[in-house]
Design a binder for this molecule. Structure first.
Ligand SMILES: Cc1cc2nc3c(=O)[nH]c(=O)nc-3n(C[C@H](O)[C@H](O)[C@H](O)COP(=O)(O)O)c2cc1C
Length: 404
């Protein structure tokens, strides 16, 4: 989603300046054109040449730098951009901007721009906690500047506490949120993600290959687009999702209960989790020993999706059909049987689709039998088209009136 975006990256003089090199890498990797502005102090920590080489653009450090033609540098850069991110943001740059001081290129440009400005502060714990820094931040927030909360941990000065630069992935997520439309504002979406685990004995379990990537991407993109999101997630080592409430669970029964307990006010449910259809009929309290043959009796788990489809207060319901054969027939049958509004079907045997990988190939089918085919896309893009489709179908329904 950053393809073709113009990002300004302001780097001020903190020890975390080296981490903004990683942020620059991630921004360019995802398609953004980045212009870097460094304060004089920042150049004491990392050389401008590093940023210049990695961005492919000249780095500005001086307000009196000559620009192409008769452009006035800070105004020209500020007017071309989609977003300005300052990472790391020192106590000094925060203080200057909060008080209207524009005595270098970066602080001048903040005044000259109308695009969203995101600060990612990094400083010593006591500096972060100081009243003056907190007051400056509160004033800037009131003026619609955006802030990342610094992370907790061991700082470069050896102190343990809050003040580390927020995680690069978290900063990337916030940048994308600020660049996304707010078209899901007012929606409360419950998304299930990942596999479930059904214990056989204390050491072993029945599970599946779901990584949770599809559900996590749906949650991240929905949040960026303004939805309130509740993520009910089975066991998965997938990345953290910022600003999203995660309700953790293990078994299918725990997932059913977690969904049930969190349905209040929910407008849409997207069941991206791969819920185990069966569980061991008995769970051994001790690890089962290897003597002779062993057979496992299974009993069915509750069908969470069908249960939601039967509710009188059914939210807009989206199911997934991960199939290995007769994809369309199975998907259409599932939509009817479970009273869904929409189903996302994918053949998990196709290269680049299904579990674990970062891409997917999907078809979206609605309850009128309309089918839309999509090519191979990243799971982030897939999340976007699924959410677009939900909005489209809900709008059609509003025009047509309720459909039971
Ligand atoms: C080794 C060293 C590390 C520093 N780290 C930080 C820091 O992490 N955060 C911060 O706010 N200031 C830090 N400072 C202080 C700033 O460099 C100083 O306030 C400077 O004036 C900031 O200028 P700038 O905001 O124009 O970049 C550090 C200073 C030194 C010498």
């Amino acid at each position: 989603m950053l393809q073709g975006k113009e990002i300004l990256l302001g780097v001020s003089g903190g020890i975390a300046a080296y981490k903004s090199v990683l942020l620059l890498r991630e921004l360019t990797k995802q398609g953004a054109n980045v212009n870097v502005i460094m304060t004089q102090s920042a150049t004491e920590f990392v050389g401008p040449l590093t940023f210049q080489t990695l961005s492919g653009n000249p780095v500005t450090t001086d307000i009196f730098t000559l620009f192409a033609s008769s452009e006035i540098g800070h105004v020209a850069l500020a007017s071309r951009a989609d977003l300005l991110v300052i990472a790391p943001a020192t106590a000094n740059i925060i203080g200057k901007i909060a008080n209207g001081i524009a005595d270098d290129f970066l602080s001048t440009m903040v005044m000259a721009t109308r695009v969203p400005v995101l600060f990612a502060p990094a400083m010593n714990t006591n500096m972060w906690a100081s009243l003056v820094v907190q007051k400056n931040i509160a004033n800037l927030k009131e003026m619609n500047y955006h802030f990342m909360e610094p992370a907790e941990g061991e700082l470069a000065c050896g102190v343990i506490g809050r003040g580390k630069l927020a995680d690069i992935d978290a900063i990337m997520d916030e940048i994308k949120a600020l660049l996304s439309p707010d078209d899901l504002k007012g929606e409360k979406i419950l998304i299930s993600a990942g596999p479930t685990e059904e214990a056989i004995d204390p050491a072993r379990c029945l599970t599946n290959r779901s990584s949770g990537k599809m559900g996590y991407n749906l949650a991240a993109v929905a949040r960026r687009r303004g939805a309130e999101v509740i993520l009910v997630a089975g066991p998965s080592a997938e990345f953290e999702t910022w600003g999203i409430e995660v309700v953790h669970c293990n078994t299918a029964i725990e997932m059913a209960n977690a969904i049930d307990a969190n349905l209040e006010g929910v407008t849409s449910v997207i069941m991206a989790a791969a819920v185990a259809d069966f569980r061991p009929a008995k769970q051994a309290s001790e690890k089962i020993k290897r003597d002779g043959n062993y057979s496992l009796e299974l009993e069915p788990n509750p069908d969470i999706l069908a249960g939601l489809g039967r509710r009188s207060d059914k939210p807009f319901l989206v199911g997934f059909a991960a199939e290995t054969s007769k994809l369309l027939a199975h998907a259409k049958d599932k939509i009817k049987r479970k009273n869904l509004d929409m189903i996302v079907a994918n053949d998990v045997t196709a290269p680049g689709a299904g579990f674990v990988v970062d891409t997917n190939i999907i078809k979206i089918i609605d309850r009128d039998g309309q089918m839309t085919d999509f090519p191979l896309m990243s799971k982030e893009k897939v999340a976007g088209v699924i959410l677009d489709h939900i909005i489209k179908l809900k709008n059609q329904r509003r025009l047509r009136g309720p459909v039971s």
